[in-house]
Design a protein around this ligand. Structure first.
Ligand code: ZN
Length: 146
């Protein structure tokens, strides 16, 4: 099995069995909408001592958007708002092809590096991240990729 097949496998698995899926009470929340594809996501985050104590999401969309949200909630837990901002930038650079896919920098999120070959899917992959940023900043609003 080559790396590409493995990545595909992981994405499909997260799509089928999303992690941290469901409403989170007592945190802040922000919704995201990607009109290009029809993806909708709500991201919930609870901060504790300046760190992400818990992140969850709900919503409906394509496999990329769901897998990205699922992996994001796992990746950001335990990190500070500042670190999450850094992860956002690195992830964005990776899916837009501005930097090499590097699992030392992005960890498991590297499985989404293939998105850089499909510019129309970048918004799918970024949607949950935009919503997470808004939720962390405490802006309870709907972000749009447009
Ligand atoms: Zn999508």
């Amino acid at each position: 099995m080559d790396l590409r097949d493995l990545y595909q496998e992981v994405i499909l698995d997260h799509n089928k069995r999303p992690r941290n899926f469901g409403v989170l009470e007592g945190g802040s929340q922000a919704a995201g909408h990607n009109p290009m594809c029809g993806d909708r996501v709500s991201v919930y985050v609870r901060m504790e001592g300046g760190r992400v104590a818990e992140a969850r999401f709900t919503g409906n969309g394509c496999a990329i958007s769901k897998a990205s949200a699922s992996m994001m909630t796992e990746a950001v837990t335990g990190h500070t708002a500042e670190e999450v901002r850094g992860m956002f930038s690195t992830f964005q650079e990776m899916v837009t092809g501005k930097c090499e896919a590097d699992d030392e920098k992005v960890g498991k999120l590297v499985v989404l590096s293939g998105v850089s070959e499909y510019p129309s899917r970048v918004k799918c992959a970024m949607l949950a991240w935009h919503a997470l940023q808004a939720a962390i900043e405490g802006a309870s609003k709907t972000v749009s990729t447009e």
